[in-house]
Write a protein that binds this ligand. Structure first.
Ligand code: ATP
Ligand code: MG
Ligand code: MG
Length: 348
C-alpha cells in the first residue's frame, strides 16, 4: 500500500490520518511539536522543525504523496519537498491563500465579490484607506491569522492608532465591515482528473472570532446555495486544485460575498463525518491519492458544535445523548480558547 505524508499534527492531521488508515494507507506526520493529536493515530511522527533540511528530505522520501493540514508552511520547506514528491493541493493554492491581499486580489480576478479592501503597509496607507473604505472596518494581518487572531475592529477613524499597534508591525489589509445576515461555508473537493464534488453549504456561527457551530441544512435560499457551490467549483478549477478546500461566505440580501478560502479540510466541514456517506477527510485522502471522489451527498441533518476549553466538562452528558457523535482530539491540556473536540448532533 502507499503512504501519505501530512504536514501538521493537529486535529485536522489526526482526522486525515484516521480517514487514510480506513482506506488502507499508512501516514507519516511531520510536526515540530511533541505529543500532538495526530501523533496518537499516525503510523509515524517525524518530529522536526521546518528548517531541518535533512528531516524534510527524509519525510518526503518516506511517503508517496504529501498533503497538509495548515496553510502557513514555510516556502523554503516546500521548495525542498516538491523536488522529491508531489504536494497536493499545489503551490499556487498555498501561495494564494497564505496572504489575504493575494487571496482577495485572486478572488476579485475571478469576478467574485469580496469586501472592499486595501493594502496597509503603514499609517499613511491606513489614513488613506479610511477615507475610501471608512468605518466600521477590520484591520487584519495579511498572513498567519486564524480563529480571529491578528485582527482589530475599527468603529471610528479614532481607532486607527490602536488597530495599527495591534498588528505589531505586520503588513495588513483593511476590510470594510460586511453587514451580513449570516455566514455559510462550502467544503468542496477536486480529484486529480478534475472531478468536483461539493458538500451542502453549512451555516456558521462564530463567537469571539472562533467557529462555534455549523448547521446543515443552512437557512439560505436554494438559489444562493447553488451560487455558493458553483463559486467553489470555479475556484477549484482556476487553481487546478487537488484535495478539499473550504470557502467561507457572507450572505447579504441577494448576494454572496467571499470572506476567505482555506486550502485544506475545514472546521466547518466536520459535520460531514456524521451527515454524509463519505466525509471531508476521506474525500481529501481520495483526491490526493488519485482516487475518484466518493459520495458526499447529505443523508442527515447535523449541528456541529466545537468543544472549546471548558466545554469538555459537558462530555459526560454528551456521551449519554443518543443523538450525539463525539469527536475528541486527545489534547492533554485544556486551555481557554483551545479546540478540544467537537460534537455532531444528528437532528433528523
Ligand atoms: P479562520 O479561523 O476561519 O481562518 P480567520 O482568523 O482567518 O478565521 P476571518 O475568517 O477573516 O478570520 O474572520 C473571522 C470572523 O470575523 C468571520 O467569520 C466573521 O464572523 C468576522 N469577519 C471577518 N471579516 C469580516 C468582515 N469584513 N465583515 C464582517 N465580519 C467579518
Ligand atoms: Mg482564515
Ligand atoms: Mg475564517
Amino acid at each position: 500500500g502507499s503512504t501519505i505524508g501530512i504536514l501538521g499534527g493537529g486535529q485536522l492531521g489526526r482526522m486525515l490520518s484516521v480517514a487514510a488508515s480506513r482506506l488502507g494507507f499508512k501516514t507519516v506526520i511531520f510536526e515540530p511539536g511533541g505529543d500532538c493529536p495526530a501523533s496518537h493515530v499516525a503510523n509515524y511522527h517525524l518530529q522536526a522543525s521546518y528548517d531541518d533540511e535533512d528531516a524534510l528530505k527524509r519525510f518526503a522520501e518516506s511517503v508517496d504523496v504529501i498533503t497538509y493540514e495548515f496553510e502557513n508552511i514555510p516556502t523554503s520547506a516546500l521548495d525542498i519537498l516538491e523536488q522529491i514528491k508531489p504536494i497536493h493541493p499545489n503551490r499556487e493554492a498555498l501561495r494564494v491563500s497564505q496572504d489575504r491581499l493575494t487571496e482577495k486580489t485572486f478572488l476579485q480576478g475571478l469576478g467574485l465579490t469580496v469586501a472592499p479592501f486595501a493594502d496597509i503597509p503603514d499609517r499613511a496607507a491606513l489614513d488613506a484607506a479610511l477615507d475610501t473604505i471608512g468605518t466600521p472596518s477590520i484591520l487584519k494581518t495579511r498572513r498567519f491569522g486564524y480563529d480571529g487572531k491578528g485582527q482589530a475592529r475599527l468603529k471610528s477613524p479614532e481607532d486607527a492608532e490602536q488597530a495599527l499597534a495591534d498588528m505589531k508591525g505586520a503588513p495588513a489589509v483593511l476590510e470594510g465591515f460586511v453587514d451580513f445576515s449570516l455566514e455559510i461555508s462550502v467544503i468542496a473537493a477536486r480529484s486529480q482528473d478534475g472531478q468536483v464534488s461539493a458538500f451542502d453549504p453549512g451555516e456558521n456561527v462564530h463567537e469571539g472570532g472562533i467557529l462555534r457551530t455549523t448547521t446543515v441544512p443552512a437557512k439560505v435560499p436554494a438559489r444562493l446555495q447553488t451560487d455558493a457551490v458553483l463559486m467553489a467549483g470555479q475556484i477549484l478549477n482556476a487553481l487546478d486544485y487537488v484535495g478539499v478546500m473550504g470557502l467561507e461566505l457572507f450572505v447579504t440580501p441577494g448576494k454572496l460575498i467571499v470572506n476567505e478560502i482555506a486550502p485544506r479540510v475545514h472546521n466547518s466541514g466536520h459535520w460531514t463525518q456524521n451527515g454524509c456517506t463519505v466525509d471531508q477527510f476521506e474525500q481529501h485522502i481520495r483526491a490526493v491519492a488519485g482516487w475518484p471522489l466518493g459520495n458526499g451527498a447529505r443523508h442527515s441533518d447535523v449541528v456541529m458544535e466545537n468543544l472549546i476549553g471548558d466545554d469538555m466538562d459537558r462530555v459526560p452528558d454528551l456521551a449519554r445523548d443518543g443523538a450525539c457523535a463525539l469527536h475528541l482530539y486527545g489534547k492533554a491540556e485544556v486551555k481557554p480558547g483551545r479546540k478540544m473536540g467537537h460534537v455532531n448532533r444528528v437532528t433528523s
